[in-house]
Structure formats: structure tokens, C-alpha cells
Design a protein around this ligand. Structure first.
Ligand SMILES: [Zn+2]
Length: 251
């Protein structure tokens, strides 16, 4: 399971900033409730968007040798982006979030419906068809999810690069066209996750540096992007140090 860095403010005050970080399992709602190794209760949530978090989880899964998880995270990442894009466009049109929820309830149960809703609203908004996952990748995901296939590392890396290439220009297009609606959705996500953690006291929001948001403006060229990110997370940086220290893992 992909572990994400979380922060204990009390440890940071008592032992220094870099000692405030721990690694914890990702929850479905992107919130964390845990007790650190020094007995402090920590409540925090990721402020990043769902598709960013799921893409990040796929890279961590490849790093851990969990290629099946990586494939499933990548597919969920694309789905999560569809929902986010639709919410941004709805928000820009001044449509209430309740209207979105009512529509989404009808289409969200099936991946094909979610994709269909995304395609038509995208065409209506941008005047051209969005690039979609090719049949090759949809078929791979389906055989992994439903046929018991264990994918190879190379398949997970190639799928990751395909998703990155597809989403990066779409994220850039949404951000540049709808910066205010994008911000509104960021605020909604933060509000909803904070509410899941209770009355609001002692809850912190973590904005983590994530691949999809950091590199949205960059072209990939001939770079094997996923391999590049894997090198980065395994060899350098604060997160790499965390991964090497067993005391930082919260079970
Ligand atoms: Zn602590």
C-alpha cells in the first residue's frame, strides 16, 4: 500500500521540523487520523486534488513493487480527473454543487458513463475531442482488475507515462481557462475533507509536492517520465530519507 508523508506539529516543535514527518497509509477520503510514535494524536488531510494524489500513489506503488496497485491507481486517477474537470466547468457556469451531485450520482457508477459525460462537456467547452486512454490501456486495467492478471513493472511504467502524457495538457487547459473555478474547487475539497475529521480543532491541511501539479507545464519529450520520478523518490529528498527510517512508518 502506498504510504504518504504526514506531519505531527507537536513532534516538530519538540524535536525539530524534520522530525515531524511520518509515513501513513492512504485513506479513501485522503484524510489521516493517527497516533505518532511519541503518542501525539494527529489529524490532517491532503489539500491536493484527488487525481494528483492517485497519480502519486501509483508512482509510490511502482517503487514498492506493487504493479497491480499502480495500474488500479492510474485508472482511478483518470476517473478522478474526469470528475474534477466536470466540477470545474460546472462551477465556472455558476451551477450549484447540488446540481452537480445529482447529475454525478446518475453517471458515477460506471466508468463508461463518467467518460461519456466528460467527453461531451469537454467538446462543448473547448471545441475539440479530448485525448482518451487507448483501448490497450483500458484492456490492461480490466484484465488486472477483473481477470487476475499480475502486470509487469514495464507495463505499470508505460501506463503511467501514457496517463501523464494524456492528463498534463488537459490539466493545463483547464487551469488556464478557469483559474477561479479551479480555486473554488480546491476550497471545496479542503472544506469537505476537514469536515470529515470533526469539529475543526487541531486539524491541519497538507499540501504535498506532487508530480502531476509540479510538472503540468513541462513537456516530456523523450524522457521516460515515470522512471525519472522513481529515481527522484528513491534516491534523494526528504521522502527518500523517511522511507529508509522504519520508525517513521505508522501502522
Ligand atoms: Zn508526534
Amino acid at each position: 500500500m502506498a504510504k504518504f508523508p504526514v506531519f505531527c506539529a507537536e513532534c516538530a516543535v519538540e524535536r525539530g521540523f524534520s522530525h515531524g514527518y511520518y509515513l501513513a497509509d492512504l485513506r479513501d477520503d485522503f484524510c489521516f487520523e493517527l497516533r505518532c510514535r511519541y503518542g501525539h494524536d494527529v489529524k490532517c488531510f491532503l489539500g491536493n486534488q484527488g487525481h494528483e494524489i492517485l497519480f502519486q500513489a501509483s508512482v509510490y506503488s511502482i517503487l514498492d513493487g506493487c504493479y497491480r496497485d499502480a495500474i488500479l491507481f492510474l485508472f482511478s486517477c483518470v476517473d478522478s480527473f474526469y470528475e474534477y474537470a466536470l466540477r470545474v466547468i460546472f462551477s465556472d457556469r455558476g451551477l450549484d454543487d447540488d446540481i452537480f451531485k445529482a447529475c454525478w450520482e446518475d453517471v458515477s457508477q460506471q466508468s463508461e458513463r463518467r467518460r461519456g459525460a466528460f467527453v461531451f462537456l469537454w467538446v462543448r467547452t473547448f471545441g475539440g475531442c479530448p485525448e482518451l486512454l487507448s483501448d490497450k490501456w483500458v484492456s490492461l486495467r480490466n484484465t488486472v482488475a477483473h481477470g487476475g492478471k499480475i502486470p509487469t513493472r514495464q507495463e505499470a511504467v508505460d501506463f503511467g507515462n501514457a496517463v501523464f502524457d494524456m492528463l498534463r495538457p488537459q490539466i493545463a487547459a483547464l487551469l488556464s481557462r478557469f483559474p477561479d473555478a479551479w480555486r473554488t474547487q480546491d476550497e471545496r475539497v479542503g472544506r469537505e475533507r476537514r469536515m470529515k475529521l470533526g469539529d475543526g480543532s487541531g486539524i491541519s491541511r497538507l499540501f504535498c509536492s506532487m508530480i502531476l501539479s509540479e510538472f503540468v507545464g513541462f513537456g516530456r519529450g523523450n524522457l521516460n517520465y515515470i522512471e525519472y520520478c522513481l529515481d527522484f523518490y528513491s534516491e534523494s529528498g526528504k521522502f527518500a530519507d523517511l522511507r529508509k527510517d522504519p520508525s517513521r512508518f505508522i501502522r
